[in-house]
Design a binder for this molecule. Structure first.
Ligand code: GDP
Length: 195
């Protein structure tokens, strides 16, 4: 998709605020610092429309972006902050679970993991959760530019093994630095929207 138009529609604190539109939605999830904002900005050709909230405690909103007046990206707050309280973590879990299990417009979740590292426990939980609810997943391995080409395969297989990756899901190596994977990611998203 060639994107000229993208805008934030709402930072929703509660489901009542989710847009009442029928646009297909693609949610994006990953641990904080994985490169999720960079991924969104790369796909929509912006430098900084999507921003990390930066601080734990500001993690309870779903940010809806309207793209080309035809689909929503739904930015899910990053997980994995060490300092977040149990109560906050539970609230986060509840919000995500409610959205993912009940939102009719949701077509797929882009699940981002850092290509340099073995997936964290939370990365694995997120993937298992999506599989359990039979949500189509587009797995994006970020920061590919930080890994020498000769080691790509090794890193990909470590990630797939840890996640018990379903070969029916898309797996995309991505870099916001080199734009590697950008077209592939759009292709995967467009396929999910059409399904
Ligand atoms: P978020 O917290 O998941 O939204 O992560 P950000 O997009 O804010 O990125 C976190 C940090 O990783 C920033 O310093 C980015 O510049 C860096 N980063 C993100 N994507 C890439 C990438 O593809 N390659 C490299 N080398 N750095 C990246």
């Amino acid at each position: 998709m060639k994107v000229n138009q993208a805008e934030i529609v709402i930072s929703a604190v509660s489901p009542k605020q989710y847009p009442e539109t029928d646009f297909p939605e693609i949610a994006l999830a990953g641990r904080s610092n994985v490169g999720k904002s960079s991924f969104i900005n790369t796909l929509i050709n912006r430098k900084n429309l999507a921003r990390t909230s930066g601080k734990p405690g500001k993690t309870q909103t779903l940010n809806f972006y309207l793209i080309e007046n035809s689909l929503h990206f739904v930015d899910v707050p990053g997980y994995g902050y060490a300092k977040v309280s149990k109560t906050e973590r539970a609230k986060w879990g509840e919000m995500i679970e409610t959205y993912i299990t009940s939102r009719k417009q949701l077509k797929a979740v882009v699940s981002l993991v850092d290509m340099r590292h073995e997936p964290s426990k939370e990365d694995i939980q997120m993937y298992e959760f999506l599989k359990y609810y039979q949500i189509p997943v587009i797995l994006v391995a970020t920061k590919a530019d930080k890994i020498p080409r000769g080691k790509w395969n090794k890193h990909v297989s470590v990630i797939k093994k840890a996640l018990d990756f379903d070969p029916n899901d898309d797996f995309i190596m991505f870099s916001s630095e080199t734009k590697m994977g950008k077209e592939e990611a759009w292709q995967a998203i467009e396929d999910k929207i059409r399904d």
